[in-house]
Design a protein. Structure first.
Length: 464
């Protein structure tokens, strides 16, 4: 077993129970000095002590020993790409030391930086007379997923036994879900005409115990909607437990999180972890082929790949970004160090925007962030359900990216060389990007206080 440090978790456990170090030491049968060393991360915890913690305090040893530092380290590195810290960045060793010895301080720094970003966006929104974006439920949900490294062990375990010993064949999933909903929950499923439920893809009538699915949904999405409802109806206590641990106070964020957790479980049921990871490795992450093989959409296949973060059986860590034709980020999940935009749109230099010109085709790209980190990104459009002839071309675009060292594991990178390929310099978004000479800049960076040079016209009006 590798060395495991549990200082902050142990201190929080003790303080929550109002115990002194001496009292905890007596309860665990160890010395008070050893408890002090554990709390200060000067000693790693042994298996025996973990088991005593479980027996004495009723905690799951995996929860107290779980290393959440990976996501926090990524968040710290992302925050420090802010131009505010130019020339004064702590190195990676210092950041890791901060997480080991002062995790609460690191968490407080991240909260402060998020509040700073929120305040900047509020000021920008007021200046532009735009709707208030800061503190949205979507941002809160994204933070919960980031803290869990985009992986929920309980949901994966529930998904593994969802079908029991004999899961249905892939072409029988939709029918099997209808039977399950009827037999276990007394809920019927009916396909409804577009005009009978305009503007909706699924509704659940609790009084009539009936799920209505729009005929605008294709077959993979009909199955996905049904397993999503099976998760909401059959695993409510499991979902509520995760929601409660998230500690969200906003009612909208709580509801949004429950929906996203049900989506997560739906994906885990339709694309079982071990089988999906094996297929991903065998096909070198051919998302089109995997979508066909598992009877899901391209977007669902991409999203599932971001969740393959089980310890000891990890896939390539990806970030997932979905945008509309206006450049607005409509969905984001992240298992990497890549700093996804929390407010506003994505960087216009990302080829996810260009993919609208070549619908349905994969667009590969190597990119470099302001801090020098490099990523391999593939983008492609995805179609949305269409109700009426005047609502055509409802495309969105998705981007899947990974650190450049993982590119050899991705089939879409075959034939491309990191040494010879063009590397596109990008930023998080224009409001905080330090690349002042970018010819795609839409806003001046909010902390760039340089006056405009009246005698010079740069690449943009912000680069005078």
């Amino acid at each position: 077993m590798q060395k495991t440090f549990i200082g902050p978790q142990l201190r929080r456990l003790r303080q929550d129970r109002g115990e002194t170090q001496g009292a905890m030491a007596r309860a665990l049968g160890i010395s008070a000095s050893y408890v002090n060393l554990l709390e200060n991360n000067e000693r790693s915890v042994s298996v025996q002590v973990l088991l005593r913690l479980m027996d004495t305090y009723g905690v799951d040893w995996r929860d107290i020993a779980e290393d959440s530092g990976g996501a926090q380290l990524a968040d710290l590195r992302a925050a420090l790409t802010d131009p505010l810290f130019a020339g004064a960045k702590p190195d990676l060793t210092q950041l890791r030391a901060a997480l080991v010895h002062s995790p609460d301080l690191a968490a407080a720094f991240l909260r402060l930086h998020r509040a700073y970003g929120s305040a900047i966006d509020r000021l920008s929104a007021l200046a532009d007379s735009a709707p208030e974006l800061a503190g949205s439920p979507e941002a809160a949900v994204h933070n919960v997923f980031r803290r869990n490294r985009n992986h929920f062990r309980e949901l994966e375990q529930a998904a593994e036994i969802f079908w029991g010993p004999t899961p249905p064949a892939s072409d029988e999933v939709y029918f099997a879900l209808k039977i399950r909903l009827r037999d276990r929950h007394g809920v019927s499923v009916r396909l409804a005409r577009v005009e009978d439920m305009p503007g909706a893809l699924r509704t659940y009538d609790e009084d009539r115990r009936e799920i209505l699915l729009s005929e605008a949904l294709d077959h993979p999405n009909r199955s996905f909607q049904l397993v999503h409802m099976a998760a909401l109806l059959g695993y409510r206590s499991l979902l509520d437990g995760i929601v409660a641990r998230a500690g969200l106070s906003d009612r909208g964020a709580v509801t949004r999180l429950r929906v996203e957790l049900a989506n997560y479980m739906a994906a885990a049921v339709l694309m079982p972890y071990d089988a999906y990871l094996a297929e991903a490795r065998a096909t070198k992450y051919d998302f089109d082929l995997m979508a066909t093989r598992f009877g899901v959409s391209f977007e669902q296949a991409c999203h599932r790949a971001t969740t393959l973060q089980r310890e000891g059986a990890q896939g390539v860590p990806f970030f997932f970004l979905r945008i509309d034709k206006g450049g607005n980020v409509t969905k984001r999940f992240n298992a990497t160090d890549f700093p996804l935009a929390e407010y506003g749109g994505a960087c216009p230099r990302l080829d996810v925007h260009t993919s609208f010109r070549t619908p349905g085709r994969i667009v590969p790209q190597f990119v470099e962030m302001p801090d020098g980190s490099r990523y391999f990104v593939v983008s492609r459009t995805v179609d949305r359900p269409t109700w009426f002839r005047h609502a055509q071309d409802n495309r969105l675009a998705v981007a899947m990216g990974c650190a450049i060292e993982h590119a050899p594991a991705i089939g879409y990178a075959e034939g491309l060389s990191v040494q010879t390929a063009q590397i596109t310099q990008i930023g998080i978004n224009c409001r905080i990007c330090p690349r002042t000479g970018c010819d795609q800049r839409a806003h001046q960076a909010v902390i760039d206080a340089r006056p405009v040079d009246e005698k010079r016209r740069g690449a943009t009006r912000f680069d005078g």
